[in-house]
Write a protein of this length. Structure first.
Length: 254
């Protein structure tokens, strides 16, 4: 039996870890750290830093190369094939390092419940007959880090919030039934497809890290600044993680 703990670690700041996360890491028989290539070496370096900072005793840590996602077919087909490959990589690591079972920990960026697929990958193992129990340790999400960085509430007074992706915003435009949206997993600047009049944007990249970057303002003025800064930051670091909130002016002007 594998007792799998999916531990949310926040957005890059070791101070984001909860006491529950620290306890789960210290009780693990094995911690798996994924390598995502040289361009994203900062991500595994941060995971290594977290382990060095919070582990209080000897712990088995194994690193493995995360399979790359293809982009030759339909998006969902590519993602599902990628998740299958990651499940196979997990299975190989478990067979090598925990053949008799035990407690396995994976450090999940942000929180395992929000636009993250570790829970779906774990389901693949379970569906294949793998004996596994899954436990989730919640973490700080990029949305929480964004609103905290801008010192703002997520929702308007008594109003709803829609969380979506850049791909969906680009394809379908502003979601109906809400005046506040949070956009995640935007590989570009999907907000450029919108008519900017009456929209305010709050944007953040590398949230919680030493090189955190923030912009805000009316979309017509802030949008071009964000697009330029985003391109500069990506060129400098070789990768970027960003998220943004947009709010349309309500009929009463609020």
């Amino acid at each position: 039996m594998i007792d799998l703990h999916l531990i949310g670690i926040g957005t890059g700041n070791p101070d984001h870890l909860t006491a529950q996360a620290v306890a789960a890491m210290n009780s693990a028989d094995l911690i798996l750290l994924p390598r995502k290539g040289h361009a994203k070496s900062d991500l595994i370096d941060l995971r290594r830093q977290i382990c060095a900072q919070v582990l209080t005793g000897p712990a088995r840590i194994a690193e493995f190369d995360l399979p790359l996602r293809g982009d030759e077919g339909a998006y969902l087909d590519d993602v599902n094939a990628w998740h299958d490959a990651i499940a196979d990589a997990w299975r190989a690591q478990i067979a090598e390092h925990l053949p008799g079972g035990g407690k396995l920990a994976l450090l999940v960026w942000g929180d395992p419940s929000l636009y993250d697929s570790t829970l779906r990958i774990a389901d693949r193992l379970r569906g294949a007959g793998f004996e596994i129990a899954v436990r989730v340790v919640p973490g700080i999400t990029s949305i929480q880090a964004l609103t905290a960085a801008h010192a703002m509430p997520l929702n308007p007074l008594a109003g709803p919030v829609t969380i979506t992706t850049g791909r969906i915003l680009r394809a379908h435009g502003w979601p109906s039934g809400t005046d506040t949206i949070v956009v995640m997993l935007d590989g570009g600047c999907a907000f450029e497809r919108l008519e900017p009049q009456g929209i305010t944007i709050w944007w953040g990249a590398y949230l919680g890290m030493a090189h955190e970057a923030l912009e805000q303002g009316p979309l017509a003025q802030a949008g071009p600044r964000i697009a330029l800064r985003r391109a500069e930051l990506r060129a400098r670091h070789g990768w970027i993680m960003d998220v943004y909130l947009m709010r349309r002016e309500l009929a009463d002007g609020t």
